[in-house]
Write a protein that binds this ligand. Sequence first.
Ligand SMILES: *[C@@H]1O[C@H](CO)[C@@H](O)[C@H](O)[C@H]1NC(C)=O
Ligand SMILES: *[C@@H]1O[C@H](CO)[C@@H](O)[C@H](O)[C@H]1NC(C)=O
Length: 429
Amino acid sequence: MRSTIWAAALAIAGLAVRSWAQEMPTCASDCLVKYLPESKCDPTNMDCVCADLTLMDNVGTCTLEACTLFEALAAKNATATLCKEPVRDRSLVAPIATAITGGMALVFVILRVYESGFRKKEFHWADVWAILAMVSSIPMDVGEFFMMAHGMGKDIWTLAPEEITEVVKYTWITQVFYAPAIMLTKITVVCFFMRVFPARGFQLVCWGTIAHCVLFIVSTTIAAILACVPVEAAWIAWTGTAEAVCFNNNAFWWAHAAINIITDVWILALPIPQLLNLQLGRRKKVYLIMMFSVGLVITIISIVRFSGLITYSTSTNPTFNNVNVATYSVIECNISIMCCCMPAMLSFLRHVMPTVFGSTNRSDNNGKDGSYQVGGTGGRSPFPSNAIQKSVTHTVSYFPRGDDSDVVELMDVEKNRQGAETEEHYNRW
Ligand SMILES: *[C@@H]1O[C@H](CO)[C@@H](O)[C@H](O)[C@H]1NC(C)=O
Ligand SMILES: *[C@@H]1O[C@H](CO)[C@@H](O)[C@H](O)[C@H]1NC(C)=O
Protein backbone atom coordinates (compact mmCIF):
# COMPACT_ATOMS: atom_id res chain seq x y z
CA MET A 1 0.00 0.00 0.00
CA ARG A 2 2.67 2.40 1.07
CA SER A 3 4.75 1.52 -1.95
CA THR A 4 1.89 2.24 -4.35
CA ILE A 5 1.54 5.65 -2.78
CA TRP A 6 5.26 6.16 -3.23
CA ALA A 7 5.11 4.90 -6.78
CA ALA A 8 2.51 7.54 -7.45
CA ALA A 9 4.63 10.10 -5.66
CA LEU A 10 7.57 9.04 -7.75
CA ALA A 11 5.59 9.39 -10.92
CA ILE A 12 4.81 12.99 -10.16
CA ALA A 13 8.13 13.65 -8.44
CA GLY A 14 11.02 15.70 -9.72
CA LEU A 15 12.05 15.40 -13.31
CA ALA A 16 15.37 13.92 -12.39
CA VAL A 17 14.03 10.89 -10.61
CA ARG A 18 11.42 10.37 -13.28
CA SER A 19 13.93 10.37 -16.12
CA TRP A 20 16.12 8.16 -14.02
CA ALA A 21 13.30 5.69 -13.58
CA GLN A 22 12.69 5.83 -17.31
CA GLU A 23 16.29 5.11 -18.21
CA MET A 24 16.37 2.24 -15.76
CA PRO A 25 15.06 -1.13 -16.84
CA THR A 26 11.71 -1.91 -15.19
CA CYS A 27 13.23 -4.51 -12.89
CA ALA A 28 15.53 -1.84 -11.47
CA SER A 29 13.00 0.97 -11.19
CA ASP A 30 10.77 -1.48 -9.31
CA CYS A 31 13.61 -1.90 -6.84
CA LEU A 32 13.88 1.86 -6.52
CA VAL A 33 10.19 2.19 -5.89
CA LYS A 34 10.43 -0.58 -3.32
CA TYR A 35 13.26 0.94 -1.32
CA LEU A 36 12.72 4.68 -1.76
CA PRO A 37 10.07 4.81 1.00
CA GLU A 38 12.64 3.47 3.48
CA SER A 39 14.86 6.41 2.78
CA LYS A 40 14.54 9.68 4.59
CA CYS A 41 15.12 11.50 1.34
CA ASP A 42 12.57 13.48 -0.57
CA PRO A 43 12.36 11.68 -3.96
CA THR A 44 12.86 14.99 -5.75
CA ASN A 45 16.13 15.59 -4.00
CA MET A 46 18.58 13.70 -6.16
CA ASP A 47 21.62 14.69 -4.11
CA CYS A 48 20.07 13.20 -1.01
CA VAL A 49 19.00 10.02 -2.84
CA CYS A 50 22.47 9.56 -4.32
CA ALA A 51 24.14 10.17 -0.96
CA ASP A 52 21.93 7.62 0.82
CA LEU A 53 24.31 4.67 0.76
CA THR A 54 21.89 2.26 2.45
CA LEU A 55 19.29 3.01 -0.19
CA MET A 56 21.83 2.62 -2.98
CA ASP A 57 23.06 -0.69 -1.55
CA ASN A 58 19.54 -2.04 -1.21
CA VAL A 59 18.59 -1.00 -4.71
CA GLY A 60 21.85 -2.45 -6.03
CA THR A 61 21.35 -5.82 -4.35
CA CYS A 62 17.70 -5.93 -5.38
CA THR A 63 18.65 -5.05 -8.96
CA LEU A 64 21.23 -7.83 -9.18
CA GLU A 65 18.58 -10.31 -8.04
CA ALA A 66 15.67 -9.04 -10.10
CA CYS A 67 17.38 -8.11 -13.34
CA THR A 68 19.44 -9.86 -15.95
CA LEU A 69 23.11 -8.99 -15.94
CA PHE A 70 22.70 -6.59 -18.88
CA GLU A 71 19.78 -4.81 -17.19
CA ALA A 72 21.70 -4.53 -13.95
CA LEU A 73 24.65 -2.98 -15.78
CA ALA A 74 22.38 -0.52 -17.57
CA ALA A 75 20.72 0.39 -14.26
CA LYS A 76 24.08 0.96 -12.64
CA ASN A 77 25.19 3.11 -15.58
CA ALA A 78 22.01 5.19 -15.35
CA THR A 79 22.50 5.62 -11.60
CA ALA A 80 26.16 6.55 -11.99
CA THR A 81 25.31 9.08 -14.68
CA LEU A 82 22.46 10.66 -12.75
CA CYS A 83 24.35 10.76 -9.46
CA LYS A 84 27.26 12.34 -11.32
CA GLU A 85 29.67 9.73 -10.06
CA PRO A 86 33.15 10.56 -11.27
CA VAL A 87 34.18 8.79 -14.45
CA ARG A 88 37.07 6.58 -13.45
CA ASP A 89 39.68 5.56 -15.95
CA ARG A 90 42.84 3.60 -15.17
CA SER A 91 43.16 2.14 -18.62
CA LEU A 92 46.70 3.46 -19.12
CA VAL A 93 48.22 1.77 -16.06
CA ALA A 94 48.72 -1.71 -17.50
CA PRO A 95 49.78 -0.61 -21.01
CA ILE A 96 52.40 1.81 -19.67
CA ALA A 97 53.83 -0.82 -17.31
CA THR A 98 53.77 -3.28 -20.22
CA ALA A 99 55.51 -0.94 -22.64
CA ILE A 100 58.30 -0.12 -20.19
CA THR A 101 59.00 -3.59 -18.77
CA GLY A 102 58.23 -5.42 -22.02
CA GLY A 103 60.53 -3.14 -24.00
CA MET A 104 63.32 -3.62 -21.47
CA ALA A 105 62.84 -7.38 -21.44
CA LEU A 106 63.06 -7.43 -25.22
CA VAL A 107 66.30 -5.42 -25.15
CA PHE A 108 67.76 -7.77 -22.52
CA VAL A 109 66.90 -10.84 -24.57
CA ILE A 110 68.27 -9.35 -27.79
CA LEU A 111 71.53 -8.44 -26.05
CA ARG A 112 71.67 -11.89 -24.53
CA VAL A 113 71.30 -13.50 -27.94
CA TYR A 114 73.96 -11.16 -29.32
CA GLU A 115 76.26 -11.94 -26.41
CA SER A 116 75.94 -15.74 -26.47
CA GLY A 117 75.23 -16.35 -30.11
CA PHE A 118 77.42 -13.82 -31.86
CA ARG A 119 80.14 -12.59 -29.55
CA LYS A 120 80.96 -15.63 -27.47
CA LYS A 121 79.51 -18.08 -29.95
CA GLU A 122 78.38 -20.33 -27.12
CA PHE A 123 74.69 -20.86 -27.44
CA HIS A 124 73.30 -22.64 -24.41
CA TRP A 125 70.00 -24.23 -23.54
CA ALA A 126 69.44 -21.37 -21.12
CA ASP A 127 69.41 -19.01 -24.11
CA VAL A 128 66.79 -21.12 -25.83
CA TRP A 129 64.57 -21.05 -22.74
CA ALA A 130 65.03 -17.29 -22.40
CA ILE A 131 64.03 -16.76 -26.02
CA LEU A 132 60.99 -19.00 -25.57
CA ALA A 133 60.01 -17.00 -22.48
CA MET A 134 60.21 -13.79 -24.49
CA VAL A 135 58.29 -15.31 -27.39
CA SER A 136 55.44 -16.36 -25.15
CA SER A 137 55.44 -13.09 -23.21
CA ILE A 138 55.00 -10.98 -26.36
CA PRO A 139 51.39 -12.06 -27.03
CA MET A 140 50.71 -11.39 -23.35
CA ASP A 141 52.16 -7.88 -23.63
CA VAL A 142 50.25 -7.16 -26.85
CA GLY A 143 47.07 -8.50 -25.25
CA GLU A 144 47.28 -5.76 -22.61
CA PHE A 145 46.96 -3.10 -25.30
CA PHE A 146 43.94 -4.79 -26.83
CA MET A 147 42.38 -5.02 -23.37
CA MET A 148 42.91 -1.29 -22.93
CA ALA A 149 41.44 -0.57 -26.36
CA HIS A 150 38.25 -2.39 -25.36
CA GLY A 151 37.83 -0.74 -21.98
CA MET A 152 40.04 -2.47 -19.42
CA GLY A 153 40.57 0.05 -16.63
CA LYS A 154 37.10 1.56 -16.87
CA ASP A 155 34.04 0.77 -14.78
CA ILE A 156 32.28 -2.23 -16.24
CA TRP A 157 28.88 -0.51 -16.42
CA THR A 158 30.24 2.13 -18.75
CA LEU A 159 31.15 -0.54 -21.29
CA ALA A 160 28.90 -2.02 -23.93
CA PRO A 161 28.43 -5.78 -23.52
CA GLU A 162 30.37 -6.52 -26.72
CA GLU A 163 33.31 -4.57 -25.33
CA ILE A 164 33.21 -6.53 -22.09
CA THR A 165 33.32 -9.74 -24.10
CA GLU A 166 36.41 -8.47 -25.95
CA VAL A 167 38.13 -7.55 -22.68
CA VAL A 168 37.43 -11.02 -21.28
CA LYS A 169 38.69 -12.60 -24.49
CA TYR A 170 42.01 -10.74 -24.41
CA THR A 171 42.32 -11.46 -20.69
CA TRP A 172 42.02 -15.12 -21.55
CA ILE A 173 44.74 -14.75 -24.20
CA THR A 174 47.13 -13.00 -21.80
CA GLN A 175 46.53 -15.74 -19.22
CA VAL A 176 47.21 -18.49 -21.75
CA PHE A 177 50.59 -16.93 -22.54
CA TYR A 178 51.41 -15.81 -19.01
CA ALA A 179 51.36 -19.40 -17.75
CA PRO A 180 54.26 -20.69 -19.91
CA ALA A 181 56.24 -17.43 -19.97
CA ILE A 182 56.60 -17.13 -16.22
CA MET A 183 57.81 -20.73 -15.83
CA LEU A 184 60.20 -20.57 -18.78
CA THR A 185 62.11 -17.77 -17.03
CA LYS A 186 62.53 -20.04 -14.02
CA ILE A 187 63.93 -22.83 -16.19
CA THR A 188 66.42 -20.32 -17.61
CA VAL A 189 67.62 -19.40 -14.13
CA VAL A 190 67.98 -23.06 -13.15
CA CYS A 191 70.00 -23.72 -16.32
CA PHE A 192 72.29 -20.87 -15.32
CA PHE A 193 72.76 -22.38 -11.86
CA MET A 194 73.61 -25.69 -13.50
CA ARG A 195 76.38 -24.06 -15.48
CA VAL A 196 77.78 -22.40 -12.39
CA PHE A 197 77.61 -25.30 -9.93
CA PRO A 198 78.44 -28.67 -11.47
CA ALA A 199 78.24 -30.82 -8.33
CA ARG A 200 76.36 -33.95 -9.26
CA GLY A 201 73.79 -33.84 -6.46
CA PHE A 202 73.00 -30.23 -7.27
CA GLN A 203 72.60 -31.06 -10.96
CA LEU A 204 70.06 -33.74 -10.08
CA VAL A 205 68.06 -31.33 -7.94
CA CYS A 206 68.15 -28.85 -10.83
CA TRP A 207 66.92 -31.48 -13.27
CA GLY A 208 64.06 -32.20 -10.89
CA THR A 209 63.22 -28.50 -10.73
CA ILE A 210 63.27 -28.23 -14.52
CA ALA A 211 61.02 -31.29 -14.81
CA HIS A 212 58.60 -29.67 -12.36
CA CYS A 213 58.60 -26.44 -14.39
CA VAL A 214 58.09 -28.22 -17.73
CA LEU A 215 55.21 -30.30 -16.39
CA PHE A 216 53.72 -27.19 -14.82
CA ILE A 217 53.97 -25.31 -18.13
CA VAL A 218 52.30 -28.09 -20.08
CA SER A 219 49.51 -28.70 -17.59
CA THR A 220 48.69 -25.06 -16.80
CA THR A 221 48.79 -23.94 -20.42
CA ILE A 222 46.38 -26.68 -21.44
CA ALA A 223 44.19 -25.85 -18.45
CA ALA A 224 44.26 -22.11 -19.22
CA ILE A 225 43.21 -22.81 -22.82
CA LEU A 226 40.46 -25.20 -21.76
CA ALA A 227 39.07 -22.99 -18.99
CA CYS A 228 35.73 -23.65 -20.67
CA VAL A 229 34.56 -26.25 -23.13
CA PRO A 230 33.83 -25.10 -25.80
CA VAL A 231 36.84 -22.78 -25.63
CA GLU A 232 35.06 -19.61 -26.76
CA ALA A 233 32.74 -19.93 -23.78
CA ALA A 234 35.67 -18.59 -21.74
CA TRP A 235 34.78 -15.12 -22.97
CA ILE A 236 31.04 -15.41 -23.60
CA ALA A 237 30.06 -17.37 -20.50
CA TRP A 238 29.95 -14.18 -18.38
CA THR A 239 26.65 -13.25 -20.03
CA GLY A 240 25.17 -16.38 -18.49
CA THR A 241 23.58 -17.36 -21.79
CA ALA A 242 26.19 -19.77 -23.14
CA GLU A 243 25.92 -23.51 -22.67
CA ALA A 244 29.34 -24.53 -21.47
CA VAL A 245 31.32 -26.53 -18.96
CA CYS A 246 33.84 -24.33 -17.16
CA PHE A 247 36.05 -25.12 -14.21
CA ASN A 248 36.46 -22.76 -11.29
CA ASN A 249 38.77 -20.23 -12.85
CA ASN A 250 39.52 -18.45 -9.57
CA ALA A 251 40.54 -21.63 -7.80
CA PHE A 252 42.76 -22.54 -10.72
CA TRP A 253 44.62 -19.20 -10.78
CA TRP A 254 44.98 -19.16 -7.01
CA ALA A 255 46.57 -22.59 -7.12
CA HIS A 256 48.74 -21.45 -10.02
CA ALA A 257 49.90 -18.36 -8.11
CA ALA A 258 50.58 -20.37 -4.95
CA ILE A 259 52.70 -22.95 -6.79
CA ASN A 260 54.40 -20.12 -8.65
CA ILE A 261 55.43 -18.47 -5.38
CA ILE A 262 56.63 -21.75 -3.90
CA THR A 263 58.71 -22.36 -7.01
CA ASP A 264 60.15 -18.84 -6.77
CA VAL A 265 61.20 -19.38 -3.16
CA TRP A 266 62.61 -22.80 -3.99
CA ILE A 267 64.72 -21.44 -6.87
CA LEU A 268 65.85 -18.58 -4.69
CA ALA A 269 67.05 -21.03 -2.04
CA LEU A 270 68.46 -23.59 -4.48
CA PRO A 271 72.02 -22.26 -4.86
CA ILE A 272 72.52 -21.12 -1.26
CA PRO A 273 74.16 -24.38 -0.06
CA GLN A 274 76.43 -24.28 -3.12
CA LEU A 275 77.37 -20.69 -2.44
CA LEU A 276 78.29 -21.43 1.15
CA ASN A 277 80.75 -24.01 -0.13
CA LEU A 278 82.53 -21.61 -2.44
CA GLN A 279 85.31 -19.18 -1.76
CA LEU A 280 84.00 -16.18 -3.63
CA GLY A 281 85.61 -12.84 -4.29
CA ARG A 282 83.87 -9.67 -3.16
CA ARG A 283 82.74 -8.74 -6.66
CA LYS A 284 81.18 -12.10 -7.27
CA LYS A 285 79.41 -11.93 -3.96
CA VAL A 286 78.02 -8.50 -4.79
CA TYR A 287 76.92 -9.78 -8.16
CA LEU A 288 75.23 -12.85 -6.74
CA ILE A 289 73.53 -10.85 -4.00
CA MET A 290 72.23 -8.54 -6.72
CA MET A 291 70.77 -11.49 -8.57
CA PHE A 292 69.15 -12.79 -5.43
CA SER A 293 67.67 -9.39 -4.72
CA VAL A 294 66.04 -9.35 -8.12
CA GLY A 295 64.78 -12.87 -7.51
CA LEU A 296 63.40 -11.66 -4.21
CA VAL A 297 61.67 -8.73 -5.93
CA ILE A 298 60.03 -11.15 -8.35
CA THR A 299 58.88 -13.33 -5.47
CA ILE A 300 57.42 -10.28 -3.74
CA ILE A 301 55.64 -9.18 -6.92
CA SER A 302 54.13 -12.65 -7.27
CA ILE A 303 52.97 -12.52 -3.66
CA VAL A 304 51.39 -9.08 -4.18
CA ARG A 305 49.79 -10.37 -7.35
CA PHE A 306 48.45 -13.34 -5.41
CA SER A 307 46.81 -11.08 -2.83
CA GLY A 308 45.30 -9.07 -5.69
CA LEU A 309 43.92 -12.28 -7.18
CA ILE A 310 42.28 -13.14 -3.87
CA THR A 311 40.90 -9.65 -3.27
CA TYR A 312 39.37 -9.13 -6.67
CA SER A 313 38.30 -12.64 -7.58
CA THR A 314 34.72 -11.90 -6.60
CA SER A 315 34.71 -8.34 -7.86
CA THR A 316 31.56 -7.29 -9.68
CA ASN A 317 33.61 -4.64 -11.46
CA PRO A 318 36.46 -6.70 -12.92
CA THR A 319 37.33 -4.38 -15.81
CA PHE A 320 38.24 -1.71 -13.27
CA ASN A 321 39.49 -3.75 -10.31
CA ASN A 322 41.56 -6.31 -12.20
CA VAL A 323 43.90 -3.69 -13.61
CA ASN A 324 46.27 -4.31 -10.70
CA VAL A 325 46.46 -8.04 -11.21
CA ALA A 326 46.97 -7.62 -14.96
CA THR A 327 49.72 -5.09 -14.32
CA TYR A 328 51.48 -7.24 -11.71
CA SER A 329 51.36 -10.26 -14.01
CA VAL A 330 53.03 -8.37 -16.83
CA ILE A 331 55.60 -6.75 -14.55
CA GLU A 332 56.40 -10.06 -12.87
CA CYS A 333 56.85 -11.82 -16.16
CA ASN A 334 58.97 -9.13 -17.80
CA ILE A 335 61.19 -8.55 -14.77
CA SER A 336 61.71 -12.30 -14.57
CA ILE A 337 62.91 -12.25 -18.15
CA MET A 338 65.28 -9.37 -17.38
CA CYS A 339 66.56 -11.15 -14.29
CA CYS A 340 67.36 -14.35 -16.10
CA CYS A 341 69.23 -12.38 -18.76
CA MET A 342 71.30 -10.44 -16.23
CA PRO A 343 74.46 -12.57 -16.38
CA ALA A 344 74.61 -12.14 -20.15
CA MET A 345 73.76 -8.47 -19.78
CA LEU A 346 76.60 -7.82 -17.34
CA SER A 347 79.00 -9.73 -19.51
CA PHE A 348 77.88 -7.58 -22.44
CA LEU A 349 78.24 -4.33 -20.51
CA ARG A 350 81.71 -5.33 -19.36
CA HIS A 351 82.60 -5.84 -22.98
CA VAL A 352 81.15 -2.53 -24.17
CA MET A 353 82.20 -0.38 -21.23
CA PRO A 354 85.12 -2.12 -19.56
CA THR A 355 86.11 0.90 -17.51
CA VAL A 356 82.66 1.35 -15.99
CA PHE A 357 81.94 -2.31 -15.46
CA GLY A 358 85.39 -3.21 -14.22
CA SER A 359 87.04 -5.46 -16.72
CA THR A 360 90.63 -6.18 -15.76
CA ASN A 361 93.35 -6.22 -18.32
CA ARG A 362 93.48 -9.95 -18.34
CA SER A 363 96.43 -10.15 -20.65
CA ASP A 364 98.55 -9.13 -17.69
CA ASN A 365 98.50 -12.57 -16.24
CA ASN A 366 98.30 -14.51 -19.42
CA GLY A 367 101.03 -17.11 -19.58
CA LYS A 368 102.22 -16.35 -16.07
CA ASP A 369 101.27 -17.80 -12.73
CA GLY A 370 100.56 -21.19 -14.19
CA SER A 371 97.81 -19.93 -16.45
CA TYR A 372 97.64 -21.38 -19.90
CA GLN A 373 96.15 -20.73 -23.26
CA VAL A 374 93.89 -22.95 -25.25
CA GLY A 375 93.14 -22.66 -28.91
CA GLY A 376 95.59 -19.93 -29.76
CA THR A 377 92.99 -17.21 -30.01
CA GLY A 378 94.68 -15.12 -27.38
CA GLY A 379 95.73 -11.68 -28.47
CA ARG A 380 93.76 -11.61 -31.67
CA SER A 381 90.69 -9.88 -30.30
CA PRO A 382 90.53 -7.50 -27.36
CA PHE A 383 88.55 -10.18 -25.60
CA PRO A 384 89.99 -13.55 -26.62
CA SER A 385 87.62 -16.32 -25.79
CA ASN A 386 89.11 -19.42 -24.21
CA ALA A 387 92.56 -18.14 -23.51
CA ILE A 388 91.35 -15.29 -21.36
CA GLN A 389 88.95 -17.38 -19.43
CA LYS A 390 91.56 -19.96 -18.61
CA SER A 391 94.02 -17.40 -17.39
CA VAL A 392 91.39 -15.78 -15.24
CA THR A 393 90.53 -19.14 -13.84
CA HIS A 394 93.89 -19.31 -12.22
CA THR A 395 93.76 -15.78 -11.06
CA VAL A 396 90.51 -16.56 -9.35
CA SER A 397 91.84 -19.69 -7.76
CA TYR A 398 95.02 -18.33 -6.33
CA PHE A 399 95.01 -14.56 -6.29
CA PRO A 400 92.86 -11.90 -4.68
CA ARG A 401 92.53 -10.21 -8.07
CA GLY A 402 89.98 -12.89 -8.86
CA ASP A 403 87.46 -10.44 -7.48
CA ASP A 404 87.18 -8.97 -10.92
CA SER A 405 86.06 -12.02 -12.74
CA ASP A 406 82.44 -12.66 -13.50
CA VAL A 407 80.23 -15.61 -12.91
CA VAL A 408 80.90 -17.22 -16.24
CA GLU A 409 84.49 -17.49 -15.17
CA LEU A 410 83.33 -18.89 -11.89
CA MET A 411 82.29 -21.88 -13.92
CA ASP A 412 85.83 -22.39 -15.00
CA VAL A 413 87.03 -22.41 -11.45
CA GLU A 414 84.70 -25.24 -10.81
CA LYS A 415 85.59 -26.95 -14.01
CA ASN A 416 89.24 -27.01 -13.12
CA ARG A 417 88.53 -28.13 -9.63
CA GLN A 418 86.33 -30.93 -10.65
CA GLY A 419 88.25 -32.06 -13.63
CA ALA A 420 87.28 -33.07 -17.11
CA GLU A 421 84.15 -34.89 -16.05
CA THR A 422 82.27 -31.64 -15.55
CA GLU A 423 83.36 -30.27 -18.90
CA GLU A 424 80.39 -32.02 -20.39
CA HIS A 425 77.99 -30.01 -18.21
CA TYR A 426 79.68 -26.83 -19.10
CA ASN A 427 79.40 -27.49 -22.79
CA ARG A 428 75.85 -28.55 -22.58
CA TRP A 429 74.64 -25.63 -20.55
C1 LIG B 1 26.07 4.81 -19.81
O1 LIG B 1 25.49 6.07 -19.67
C2 LIG B 1 25.98 7.06 -20.56
C3 LIG B 1 25.29 8.37 -20.21
O2 LIG B 1 23.91 8.19 -20.08
C4 LIG B 1 25.67 6.62 -21.97
O3 LIG B 1 26.17 7.58 -22.89
C5 LIG B 1 26.33 5.27 -22.24
O4 LIG B 1 26.01 4.82 -23.53
C6 LIG B 1 25.88 4.27 -21.21
N1 LIG B 1 26.62 3.05 -21.40
C7 LIG B 1 26.05 1.86 -21.43
C8 LIG B 1 26.96 0.69 -21.66
O5 LIG B 1 24.88 1.70 -21.29
C1 LIG C 1 96.92 -4.96 -21.27
O1 LIG C 1 98.19 -5.23 -20.78
C2 LIG C 1 99.13 -5.50 -21.79
C3 LIG C 1 100.43 -5.94 -21.14
O2 LIG C 1 100.67 -5.26 -19.95
C4 LIG C 1 99.30 -4.25 -22.67
O3 LIG C 1 100.23 -4.49 -23.68
C5 LIG C 1 97.95 -3.92 -23.26
O4 LIG C 1 98.06 -2.73 -24.01
C6 LIG C 1 96.90 -3.75 -22.18
N1 LIG C 1 95.61 -3.60 -22.79
C7 LIG C 1 94.74 -2.69 -22.41
C8 LIG C 1 93.43 -2.69 -23.12
O5 LIG C 1 95.00 -1.89 -21.53
